[in-house]
Design a protein around this ligand. Structure first.
Ligand SMILES: NC(=O)c1ccc[n+]([C@@H]2O[C@H](COP(=O)([O-])OP(=O)(O)OC[C@H]3O[C@@H](n4cnc5c(N)ncnc54)[C@H](O)[C@@H]3O)[C@@H](O)[C@H]2O)c1
Ligand SMILES: [Zn+2]
Ligand SMILES: [Zn+2]
Length: 357
């Protein structure tokens, strides 16, 4: 699926020349690839992807997992037949940030599906250094979702908090918020969720969250639910709505933490005296996944069954149906997973049931 023109749309091509492998690269047969807001933005040729350096023409798509089918002669870390998930932040490995264990924020970072060819394809060529070898317990579908869910894992890790017995508020119950909810619960927290969309709010309840209505009365209600602490220990802002971030600062207890994951892209007016000094809050952001800590910790939770990424999947379809998938993202759909080798028979029934939802 090629993005060719600086205009809305994708081109489905079946004769795209496959790259020869360069040193350090592997060829991966894509088993499952999920669709996210960035792919929709690429489809629409929106400002956010232009700011991220979208390079045309490019094969789009990035949240993927598959099987290694070829390795360059110098690759020693992977073998043909290995099942892998893929880190979207393609780091140089050599810059100031990479050398300080911040490869997720590499100064010369490529982005899969935006600046280098991505995974809405039957096969993709990748640096072996961006592949994460999977344990047998994970399906390729769950593995494709490690990338978006890993953003939630990273946010929890960056909070630096032990969540045992903690109160966590997740704002925004999209795929990332629903992953954050499951991760926080798996780590022992009670989770409150703010989500205006009733369908998604119901998903949050089904996953063990307690929903709290947004808007007036939110701070009061959170105080009631958190007792003597008078607020939550941690807010994971996963909506990208500026009012949600502002509300997050209000509902956090004194000396608590707010981690911003949703891309608000609008300036926040912050009363530093009130929030950072008097109330002692810590405000942080979280970009991508920490390589490879976020991957290993999340994979452990999924393999142990305490996080179920299949609960984020609302639709399964063929790669050719990507435009339908992108349309679905504007409705109640959660994660749409595309199967470039065809939807497996055992999942086809659920794919149909789910698309009728
Ligand atoms: N930090 C990172 O590295 C990173 C990585 C990927 C995505 N993101 C961002 O994370 C956010 C979440 O991603 P997603 O795929 O789950 O997105 P999504 O759009 O599917 O989900 C966002 C949810 O927030 C809800 N929402 C809207 N306004 C709200 C409000 N005022 N209060 C509470 N909830 C509200 C929406 O109804 C929706 O369900 C997006 O902003 C995305 O761009 C960040
Ligand atoms: Zn994504
Ligand atoms: Zn680097």
């Amino acid at each position: 699926m090629l993005k060719t023109e600086p205009a809305p749309g994708f081109d489905l091509v079946d004769d795209h020349r496959e790259k020869e492998l360069a040193a350090g690269e592997v060829r991966v047969e894509v088993g499952a690839v999920s669709v996210c807001g960035t792919d929709r933005e690429t489809y629409e040729y929106g400002p956010a992807v232009r700011d991220l350096g979208l390079r045309l023409p490019v094969v789009t798509g990035h949240e993927c997992a598959g099987t290694v089918v070829e390795t360059a002669a110098d690759v020693t870390t992977l073998r043909i037949g290995d099942r892998v998930a893929v880190e979207t932040h393609v780091a140089c490995g050599d810059c100031f940030q990479c050398r300080r264990d911040n490869a997720h924020n590499c100064l010369r970072m490529d982005l899969l599906g935006l600046t280098v060819d991505g995974a809405f394809a039957e096969r993709v060529v990748l640096p072996a250094s961006t592949c994460f070898r999977l344990p047998d317990e994970l399906t390729l579908e769950a593995a494709a979702l490690l990338e978006p869910a890993g953003s939630a894992m990273h946010a929890v890790q960056r909070s630096g908090l032990d969540l045992t017995g903690a109160h966590v508020l997740v704002s925004g119950a999209g795929p990332i918020g629903l992953a954050a909810l499951q991760i926080a619960r798996a780590k022992g927290a009670t989770v409150l969720v703010v989500e205006p969309n009733p369908h998604r709010s119901a998903m949050a309840v089904a996953l063990g969250g307690t929903t709290v209505a947004p808007g007036d009365g939110l701070t009061e209600r959170v105080r009631e639910l958190t007792g003597a602490a008078e607020g939550v220990d941690l807010v994971l802002e996963c909506s990208g709505a500026l009012p949600a971030l502002e509300a997050g600062l209000e509902v956090t207890r004194r000396e608590g933490t707010v981690v911003s994951v949703g891309l608000t892209n609008r300036p926040l007016t912050l009363n530093a005296t009130r929030h950072l000094i008097s109330r002692g809050l810590t405000l942080k952001g979280s970009f991508g996944r920490h390589i490879w800590d976020s991957w290993t910790e999340l994979t452990g939770l999924v393999a142990a069954g305490s996080v179920d990424l299949s609960r984020l999947v609302s639709h399964r379809m063929e790669l050719e149906d990507v435009e339908t998938a992108i349309d679905l993202l504007t409705g109640d759909a959660c994660k749409v997973v595309l199967y470039p080798q065809g939807v497996p028979d055992q999942l086809r029934a659920t794919a149909e049931t789910l698309s009728a939802r």
